[in-house]
Ligand binder design. Sequence first.
Ligand code: SF4
Length: 174
Amino acid sequence: MNLIYNNKKIEDWIFENIDGTSINYVSTCKKEAWLYIRKISANQLDKNIQMGRTLANLRGEDKRDIFDILKFDKIDKRKNGYVVTEFKKSLKNSNAGKMQLLFYIYLLKIANINVITGVLQSKSKKLKVEPNETNFRELEDKILELRELIFEKTPPKVKFSKTCNSCGYRDYCF
Ligand code: SF4
């Protein structure tokens, strides 16, 4: 991620255009990300959207925001840095959750806050997300994919997959 750390313009672009949810979506489905970054609303009556909102309300007390876009769920201080936790209702789509959490860790790094590790948690299941070079390179690819989607005039073509069953944008696709 050195390219991004050292390039103020790209950093500015990130702050203006993307958030953790868009990183999660581009890691799940490019069309979902394309719709989201255009502020097209998912079906608010969808049970997964409602469940996500309920979860966000329940965990509100633990929320720590440094920037508006920095919306991880929990931060714990340790001797040599911080542990950042993101809660999910399930870990089925753990790679998208991992990218979202890495994005928050990346923003904290920009703010000179040392994160030792990230944790993706669903009930008692926990998955460690290491802030290492390989993971940040993967995150960088997702940021670049999002940047391309911003300039795409039409949504990417998609095929039905298992993920579509729990997607709030189903009505836009099938
Ligand atoms: S319904 Fe499927 S193809 Fe459409 S945005 Fe959602 S995940 Fe993507």
